[in-house]
Structures are given as C-alpha cells and as structure tokens.
Design a protein around this ligand. Structure first.
Ligand code: NAI
Ligand code: MG
Length: 358
C-alpha cells in the first residue's frame, strides 16, 4: 500500500517523538511491504519563528493533500507572551478546523506493567481498555449565542447540534466498536437536555444498521462515576464535545502516564490527524528522555483508522506491550524493576520487536 503522510513535529519534544514514530513506520513498512512517503511541515511556535504565523498556508496545503497527518506537540514558554492569534495552539485548532476533523478518538488502556502507576487501585484499573469517541466541532463549545449581556449581569452558552452532525459521530463510534469488542455506550443527559434527546434518538436509529453491536445509554454523571469505579465495563463511549472533553481527561488517569496516550481526530473520508495527548514538555525537551510511546501508538491509530491496516496497527501495539513487559521504560514511567532507557533506545526496542514478529 502506498500512502503519503505529512509530519508536523511542532515544538519541544514534538521533534524527538516524531523521529520515533517515523522509525516505527519504517519498521512496519519493511515488515509488511508498504511504501510510505513523508513530507514535513511547520506548525506552532516553530512556525511563528520561521514564518510569523502558527499555521502557514503551505502547511495547510500540504495537509489537505495528505492521506494522514502526524502531529507532535505545540507550545512552550518561549511563545507564552504572544498575542492570541500568534499562540502556537491556534495552529492546532486551525488545522483541525481547516480539515473538518469532527471525531476525536482516545483509546485508553491499562498496560499490565503500569497498573500500579495509576492513582486508582490496581484491581479497579485492571482489564480496562476503552475508547472515547468525542464530538469535536459542535456542541456547547461552538453553539451560538455564547455571550455576556451588555450590563454584564447575564450570560448564555448554547448546546446546539444538527441531526447530521450527531449521525456522523455516532456512525464513527459504531464503526469503531465493530473493530473492537462491539459494545457501545452512548453518554448524554437525556433526562434534562433537549439536545441529548435527539442524540439518543439518533443512536437508537443507527443501532439498526449495526445489529452486532450492543448499545447502552448512560447519563453523563453516572458515566463519570463508573469510569473510576468500574472502568473495565466500557468498550467504546460516544459523547458530545464538552462531556467528551471532561470524561477523556478523567479516563486518562487509568493509565498512570501522559506519555502513553495516543489520539486521533477524523472525518468521514478517513483522513485523520494523529497526535499524543501530552504537550511539548519543555522541561525535558532536548534531553532525549521523552517517552515516544504515545506518539508511536498514535501512528498505530493512523494505520488502523486512516489506512485500514489493522494487522499492522496491532503489530505496533503488541511490540509496545512486549517492550514494557521486558521492563524497559522511559523515566516518566514508574516501573520499579527493569531498565530505564532514553527516547532512541525505546524506539529501537519497539522497532526490533516489530521486526521479530512472525
Ligand atoms: P505537557 O504534557 O507538555 O507536560 C506535562 C508533564 O508531563 C511534564 O512534566 C512533562 O515533562 C511530562 N511529559 C509529557 N509528555 C511526556 C513524554 N512524552 N515523556 C515524558 N514525560 C512527558 O503539559 P504542560 O507542561 O502543561 O504544557 C507544556 C506546553 O505544551 C504548553 O505550552 C502547552 O500549551 C503545550 N501543550 C500542547 C498540547 C498539544 O500540542 N496538543 C497539549 C497540551 C499542552
Ligand atoms: Mg481537555
């Protein structure tokens, strides 16, 4: 398979973890006989320095021609004092919007070697392996009106959705469930919110097209509670923008490390942007100690969701699991025994584990 991938390393450890992802993709293409081409473009603070804008036109153009995009991270203290239109994160929001990426997928898995690293009890976290599908371009964060009255004494925000916006995210969630354990939890607040009633209606309708997927509806407050008391009951969770923002941060504590969490932002035709959940980590940037696994696992998501290469995606995930199993870990992972390694060594070990799979 031939695919063209745009790489947006960005700032801080972004470049270091991007090099790692590329090395892993090369190991995969060698092993499975694919041909990936790469083009690197600027985004974030580095783009501000070089081009005077966090999202240069050339970058947008390159991304629009790509089959998929990998992004490292943007931002850092160097750019904190800039006016808001020059802030690095404007580059990230801008590219998501330019590409119409409405579905945000965050898989969260408790790797067995890291269970004790979670603030939750090991027996609670054990076996948790879930995927949050968050609507990313509508809902409460984008509804209008969103404003303060002239006298400053009243405010309004609006949670609005078009039926077709709900349909496309719900469909994405059903498709994702089909690639996993075929269980979908739709999270809403249908006992109070009109928007949630339509959301529930759409899920019930779509269910007919996916008879093999088991569907459960849950109110968001109950979902928040169950995520930390019984996370292993979940497979795929689909929900509105703000609910998803909150629940995905809550669920991220299950794994115990930011350096392990990948994410995908997708649209209908399969084009997607893949990035680690963590930021540019200025405190460790340039020290060659960053954990590359979140970025590497993001590349695995790209193979799965944009290219349909399920076997290749699993090969990466299993290689990561195996490397951790041997006790290798970067400094952010609090593994008692085992050997601490840097970014490059970790990447090499994962690449080797891929190449030695039969
Ligand atoms: P951060 O995620 O960059 O770092 C938080 C802590 O986790 C730091 O101690 C860092 O060293 C550690 N950490 C993060 N990723 C790691 C990795 N792969 N390996 C080892 N340790 C890792 O969040 P923070 O410090 O709040 O933000 C730093 C900068 O990143 C800010 O400018 C922020 O705006 C930006 N940021 C960018 C994001 C993005 O590009 N999507 C997301 C979050 C923050
Ligand atoms: Mg958040």
């Amino acid at each position: 398979m031939k695919k063209h991938i745009v790489l947006l390393p960005g700032d801080g450890i972004g470049q270091e973890v991007m090099d790692a992802a590329r090395a892993i993709l090369e190991a995969v293409s060698d092993q499975f006989g694919h041909s990936f081409t790469y083009q690197t473009a600027d985004i974030g603070g580095v783009a501000v320095d070089l081009h005077g804008t966090p999202l240069p036109e050339d970058t947008v153009r390159a991304c629009k021609k790509a089959d998929a995009i990998l992004l490292g991270a943007v931002g850092g203290p160097k750019w904190d004092q800039l006016p808001s239109h020059l802030r690095p994160e404007k580059g990230l929001l801008g590219i998501r919007k330019e590409l119409g990426l409405f579905a945000n997928l965050r898989p969260i898995k408790g790797f067995s070697q890291l269970l004790h690293a979670s603030p939750l009890k090991e027996e609670v976290v054990k076996g948790s392996d879930l995927l949050i599908v968050r609507e990313l371009t509508g809902g409460l964060y984008f509804g209008t009106p969103s404003e303060r009255s002239e006298d400053g004494q009243s405010v309004v925000d609006t949670l609005s959705y078009e039926r077709k916006e709900i349909e496309r995210i719900v469909e994405k969630a059903f498709q994702s469930a089909r690639l996993r354990r075929k269980h979908l939890t739709s999270v809403d607040k249908a006992n109070v919110l009109e928007s949630s009633k339509l959301w529930r209606e759409v899920v019930e309708e779509k269910k007919k097209d996916y008879p093999d997927v088991i569907v459960q509806h849950l109110l968001v407050d109950a979902a928040a509670m169950k995520l930390v008391t019984n996370p292993s009951q979940f497979d795929v969770i689909v929900t509105e923008n703000m609910f998803g923002d909150i629940l995905s941060d809550e669920a991220s504590v299950l794994t115990g490390s930011l350096g392990m969490l990948p994410s995908a932002s997708l649209r209908e035709d399969g084009v997607g942007l893949y990035e680690p959940v963590h930021g540019s980590a200025p405190d460790i940037a340039g020290k060659a100690v960053a954990n590359p696994l979140a970025m590497i696992l993001s590349a695995a998501l790209m193979l799965r969701y944009s290219f349909g290469l399920e076997e290749e995606a699993c090969a990466i995930e299993e290689a990561v699991e195996e490397t951790l199993k041997y006790g290798y870990h970067t400094a952010d992972l609090h593994i008692v025994d085992g050997q601490r390694v840097g970014t490059k060594e970790m990447t090499r070990l994962v690449a080797e584990a891929i190449s030695s799979q039969s």
